[in-house]
Design a protein around this ligand. Structure first.
Ligand SMILES: Cc1cc2nc3c(=O)[nH]c(=O)nc-3n(C[C@H](O)[C@H](O)[C@H](O)COP(=O)(O)O)c2cc1C
Length: 286
């Protein structure tokens, strides 16, 4: 029964269904009906962040299945510079929610995954082997850890969505990096890149597919084009407003949202001191 509950209810979609779903991603009518379609594409194109969860726990084995999906992602030089902490205790989830912008869904979801850029593991292995790993103190290897963690996390999220679960990333897990590290007992040279709440979506709080920028804005062919895309951006602002109306959200242009988010250091909500925080966590970033 549990397996049935978790199996994606996707049969082979008709070409019209596939085109309709594809259209949802940009809503600008620019994309032709797809020539190829399958359940993987359907899961990926169907993505929306879920912030309303049922209290139901995940079936046994689900966490391990998601981590196997995460470990199937590519990883730079097979260094596997990431780890993940699965938090399921109510009290710890609650303390982490306090530190991560008081976001209620962190408490509600049965599972919180905290994805780490983890260079500490190789430090420990190297110490046992009296090996030198001085290169891990360079900015480059920090980037490798961040990229690895993100790729692993996204594979886990897609896997979760394919099972009928939902989730959302939690960048606010970087608001107070040292306190998050203390709560999770992180060793030096490990950093919580973001969290991710996972659980069963509450059907009463279902959301739509959030439209993205037109492909003409993000897809460059052969070389980068800095040509003005004013009209496309204006159209996107209108599309986002339409989405916000449908969802009962406050209406605000996408451009204004972006400006507000990165207006100045203070707009980064505590994350303007990231270099100092990372140094405190043992990253030299040479
Ligand atoms: C790295 C990262 C951090 C995020 N942090 C948060 C967060 O702290 N709280 C939240 O509600 N959503 C967060 N999100 C979700 C984004 O707001 C969401 O992906 C975006 O608005 C697009 O919507 P969609 O995922 O529903 O398509 C985050 C997403 C990413 C990729």
């Amino acid at each position: 029964l549990e397996i049935e509950m978790l199996s994606a209810s996707t049969s082979a979609a008709s070409s019209a269904d596939a085109h309709a779903l594809l259209h949802q991603r940009n809503r600008d009518g620019a994309l032709a009906a797809p020539q190829h379609w399958n359940d993987v594409l359907e899961t990926i194109l169907n993505h929306r962040s879920v912030r309303g969860f049922l209290p139901n726990p995940l079936p046994d084995g689900t966490l391990e299945l998601l981590i196997a999906a995460a470990q199937s992602a590519s990883t730079s030089s097979n260094l596997q510079f990431w780890s993940v902490i699965a938090v399921q205790e109510t009290e710890r989830k609650s303390r982490l929610a306090e530190l991560a912008g008081q976001q209620q869904f962190i408490r509600d979801a049965p599972l919180l995954l905290v994805w780490l850029a983890d260079l500490s593991r190789l430090d420990r292995i190297a110490a046992e082997h009296q090996a030198q790993v001085d290169g891990t103190h360079y900015l480059e290897e920090f980037i490798v850890g961040i990229v690895d963690a993100a790729l692993a996390a996204q594979s886990a999220l897609i896997a979760a969505e394919s099972l009928g679960l939902g989730g959302v990333y939690i960048g606010a897990m970087r608001n107070l990096p040292e306190r998050i590290a203390a709560e999770l007992a992180l060793p030096p040279h490990a950093f919580a890149v973001f969290g991710m709440s996972i659980g069963y979506p509450d059907p009463a709080r279902e959301t739509g597919i959030k439209p993205r920028l037109p492909q003409s804005v993000v897809l460059h062919r052969e070389q980068y084009s800095s040509a003005a895309r004013g009209e496309a951006i204006d159209n996107y602002n209108a599309t986002v407003r339409e989405f916000q109306r449908e969802q009962g959200m406050r209406a605000i242009d996408w451009t204004q949202q972006c400006f507000d988010r990165v207006k100045d250091g203070a707009a980064l909500r505590g994350r303007d001191r990231m270099r100092e925080a990372l140094q405190n966590l043992g990253f030299e970033l040479r």
